[in-house]
Design a protein around this ligand. Structure first.
Ligand code: NAP
Length: 308
């Protein structure tokens, strides 16, 4: 059993910032980074709204900078995923990863959220063969091809715009007749002639022979069904919190977000949470960074009060 003072689960902006603050508070934190260093931002093509980068920065570069900064002050990173936790007996907390077992005096949970699935026929079957949840990862494979983007939020438009660098046509299929995305992205998308819209419509099935060849559509207003030939389907319909290992351990709201107070404390004393696992409202890199800093500060204070 490896004994640690502070374990940070997750390595997105919240986790890497918590690591930086905890390291600078001499807590010698261990970050169990999970499957994807940086979490969702490592898959984001261009970040334009994180202060300090007036020309924008790629998600991968920002992750690398955050990691380097945390490590500079002594944070340790393990490329390992936590598979189970036991918070029931209080501190020290038990954590089991794919490679080891740990005991931690305090824990900061920053495991983020994952892309939501449509749950329609063909979606799972064609994932990686035309169905994707990441334009940055897969856009290149669609050079000169037609793609469908599902969703009407900021992600759908931002990723749809990115896809126009490769695809010859990007058709956004949205279930309503109004976008949820912000005005800036809407204006940029409207000015891009490669982007078209199909309104009031849902995708009911994804079909093909080995790779995606068409989608089946259903118009919610007219009730009409149709078929649209396409080479790819990019799905951006929101996210669900990655809460599976915390069920029964931490209090959550009805949608599975971990409940925290203003000091980033969860329902278990000594366990803090930051970023999209507990934030359904803002979901920005800037806000996750702030929450990660706050969680580490409160964690440090909690440990000091306990010891002192
Ligand atoms: P979102 O804002 O929740 O939008 C999800 C979109 O998918 C909505 O248009 C929704 O339709 C649609 N949708 C949901 N479930 C669906 C289903 N089962 N079938 C068909 N369509 C479905 O999610 P997001 O776009 O991922 O954005 C998440 C957060 O990150 C937001 O706060 C956003 O502002 C932020 N974000 C910001 C930026 C940026 O500032 N550059 C970039 C990306 C994301 P309805 O509209 O009908 O609900």
């Amino acid at each position: 059993m490896q004994k640690e003072k502070v374990i940070i689960i997750g390595s997105g902006p919240a986790g890497l910032t918590a690591a930086l603050y905890a390291a600078r508070a001499n807590l010698n934190p261990l970050v169990l980074a999970g499957d994807l260093l940086g979490g969702q931002i490592s898959l984001t093509s261009e970040v334009e709204n994180y202060p300090g980068f007036p020309q924008g920065v790629s998600g991968a570069e920002l992750v690398d900078l955050m990691k380097t900064q945390a490590e500079r002050f002594g944070a340790r990173l393990e490329y390992d995923s936590v598979v189970a936790v036991d918070f029931s007996k209080g501190s020290p907390f038990y954590l089991k990863s794919t490679m080891a077992e740990y005991e931690a005096e305090a824990v900061i949970v920053t495991v983020g959220a994952s892309p939501r699935k449509l749950g329609i026929p063909g979606e799972a079957e064609f994932t990686g063969r035309g169905v994707s949840y990441c334009a940055t990862c897969d856009g290149f494979f669609f050079k000169g091809k037609d793609v469908v983007v599902v969703g009407g939020g900021d992600s759908a438009l931002e990723e749809g715009l990115f896809l126009t660098k490769f695809a010859s046509k990007v058709t956004i299929v949205h279930r309503r007749d109004q976008l949820r995305a912000g005005a800036t992205l809407q204006a940029r998308a409207a000015a891009n002639e490669k982007i078209g819209y199909i309104w009031d419509t849902v995708v009911t099935a994804i079909e093909g022979d080995g790779t995606v060849q068409r989608v089946r559509l259903h118009n919610r207003k007219t009730g009409g069904d149709s078929v649209l030939p396409t080479d790819g389907v990019f799905i951006f319909i929101g996210h669900d919190p990655n809460n599976s290992i915390f069920k029964g351990q931490l209090a959550m709201d009805q949608d599975g977000y971990v409940i925290t107070d203003k000091q980033m404390r969860t329902s278990v004393e000594g366990v803090f949470a930051a970023g999209e696992i507990q934030d359904r409202l803002y979901r920005q890199i800037a806000t996750s960074v702030g929450q990660g800093a706050a969680a580490a500060m409160m964690c440090e204070r909690w440990l000091a009060e306990r010891e002192g």
